[in-house]
Ligand binder design. Structure first.
Ligand SMILES: [Zn+2]
Length: 304
């Protein structure tokens, strides 16, 4: 099998193969082509930058903004330059890893807005909006703090899986997708051919089908990873970021975090109660004649 072969050829060969051994052979070749493709997963550092206008650079505000004029973050190559099935499927596989597993890549919309905050504030100031130095410093500081907090929370929402294990997992998805794949003739026979015209050619139809199924399989696996049931609404645990079933607006934590939180709250209540008891006892003692006497003794009253 050579890489120039079309995906629909591979799918048809797979479906029409006579024996399990033959099918396994096609599958192994298919996977080795994908993993050998030169479209590897690539990450790189991007920078949000701006330059303080030269005539403003010597001012205190100019210097303040200059210190925030380079904000870096990690991103990834999300598009393939080549349009062959192998490069496109590999791109999809790479993108899913970057999105669901790579903890260094955080591209959450709210997080990105916070990273852009210094540039936006500078542009407002440069265009004449009145901002005091103290307000600017405080805004820059609070957006940076909020960005760090959000980054940590988004990192917690990523699952733990090495690239090697992810490759093995992806192969189980691909095997399932190939097993469920129908020939275009079968799709047409079922009346599903109308959508085929959206895809220019058969290969694009299969590439789209594989990409859609890869996402679907990964989302199904994500539910297994977090031990949540199918067909529910989900949210994230406010402490560890795990996926949890949305059983009501008041539910905020996954079961282990809920237990931890309940234990911590109980401890805190106990401590507060103990503190209240001590304060009460001290108040009682200080009101007793004995302590009144000792108070008098220490307060400079003449000793009898
Ligand atoms: Zn949790």
């Amino acid at each position: 099998m050579n890489p120039d072969k079309y995906l629909y050829d591979i799918v048809e060969d797979y479906i029409q193969s006579g024996t399990e051994e033959e099918r396994q052979d096609i599958f192994r070749h298919f996977c080795s082509l994908l993993w050998a493709d030169e479209n590897k997963r690539r990450t790189y550092t991007k920078t949000i930058r701006f330059s303080v206008r030269p005539d403003l650079l010597d001012t205190d505000m100019g210097q303040l903004f200059h210190a925030w004029s380079r904000v870096s973050y990690k991103s990834y190559k999300s598009l393939s330059q080549k349009t062959g099935w192998c490069s496109l499927l590999r791109q999809k596989i790479n993108n899913l890893y970057s999105r669901y597993f790579d903890k260094e890549i955080i591209l959450d919309k709210a997080y990105m807005e916070l990273l852009k905050a210094p540039k936006q504030l500078y542009l407002k100031w440069e265009s004449g909006e009145l901002i005091t130095m103290a307000d600017a410093a405080s805004l820059l500081c609070s957006s940076a703090n909020e960005a760090s907090r959000l980054r940590l929370f988004c990192q917690k929402q990523k699952m733990d899986l090495s690239w090697t294990d992810y490759k093995a997992l992806t192969e189980t998805f691909l095997a399932k997708i190939l097993d469920n794949c129908k020939t275009i003739d079968a799709y047409e026979a079922q009346g599903g051919y109308a959508s085929l015209y959206d895809f220019i050619n058969e290969d694009n139809f299969y590439i789209h089908y594989f990409c859609k199924c890869l996402t679907g399989e990964l989302l199904k696996w994500q539910k297994q990873y977090y031990h949540v049931r199918d067909h529910k609404q989900y949210k994230r645990c406010a402490l560890c970021g795990a996926l949890i079933e949305k059983t009501g607006n008041r539910r905020m934590y996954c079961p282990p975090c809920a237990r931890q939180k309940a234990a911590a709250d109980a401890l805190l209540r106990k401590r507060r109660q103990r503190q209240r008891d001590i304060t009460k006892q001290e108040a009682l003692l200080s009101a007793s004649p004995q302590s009144a006497l000792s108070r008098n003794r220490n307060s400079g009253f003449p000793q009898i």
